[in-house]
Design a protein around this ligand. Sequence first.
Ligand code: TTP
Ligand code: MG
Length: 394
Amino acid sequence: LPRTILHVDMDAFYAAIEARDHPELRGQPLVVGSDPKGGKGRGIVATASYEARRFGIHSAQPISTAYRLCPHALFVRPDMKRYAEVSASVIRILHGFTDLVEQVSIDEAFLDVGGSRRLFGDGAAVARSIKARIRGELELTASVGVAANKFVAKVASDLEKPDGLVIVPPGEERAFLAPLPIRRLWGVGARTEEALARAGIRRIGQLAEVPAADLERWLGATGEHLGSLARGLDDRPVVVEGSNRSIGHETTFDPDTADRGQIEATLLALVEKLTRRLRQHGVAARTIAVKFRRADFSTCTRRITLPEPADTSEQVAPVALRLFGALFGEGTLVRLVGVYGTNLVPPGARPQLELFAPQAARPRRELAAAVDAITRRFGEQAITRARLVGKRRG
Ligand code: TTP
Ligand code: MG
């Protein structure tokens, strides 16, 4: 039986909340970002209203660029506490339809509503009810994609933003995706896009025609994965995160290694992934743990609770390296390292920190936001910290 998956994504989330709460901002090009100073500050655009997007303004752009594109835009500083509250209200509404809600960022979630049919109707009916409740109770709009899997639902929710509702009936995934440009596929970065374009492949449907073996030859394991997505196949379930969450990443070395430089470089890459996920979820970790498994499978974990919750690699990297240093002895053959953030603090707890953060901490947060945006656009490989680059060269 096919699943019924919804992807719900709020429209221009921060900007829409500001416009709702401040009527004088409605219908205007509106830019929400840190350090706006009327457009002259050095911050980064968090998001922009659809009116502002017409001028080419978008997330992760420098505020100064946004100002150049549209000097009469209105610029406001983000109110994270407010957005976190609204986010919680959205998630509460979603929980009214099913327990199977997987929040993937501050303004988006997947739902599996297969079991809600008798109470709430089919996927399309649930999607309409959700949109109506979000509009009625929160005075905001959401775009929803309905499909048999997560990937297709996510593409669908984005297709007719804002206030969109796109339903892909089971069995029509492949035909739905076929005319769309390759970059809509998860994990297609600029380089892959270029390589495929050289082979004359510009639409998802063209990629779906390429035999899996050829794709694997061209692009390795990624190729096979992209081929499945292009054919509209994705069997990942909706995963509900418990309240006592931890977020973490680990890498197994193959073969085992005793090279401290290699292990530390790997650890830093894991820290990068971890902190990006923390920021995507709008949470910060009070506790950082490093896991370490030797070639003989003996495993140990060290953890430390920080004076301030952390969500940037600048904060987490030195801690992770210190914890690792306490576990690693020269010559130890290592099989696996992992890094975890636990003791996660709800996003509402963060703005105070930001308010009182020393001036120097702000650019780092902006850097982190920019890195998030680039990675989302170009994939994991696009971002490599200076330290990692140094390691490779040295
Ligand atoms: P998105 O859902 O990516 O963007 P959006 O809701 O503003 O607009 P859309 O209608 O296209 O969905 O992100 C949700 C919020 O996350 C956004 O309102 C602000 C924040 N955000 C950042 O702070 N930095 C970023 O680089 C991005 C992409 C989002
Ligand atoms: Mg959104």
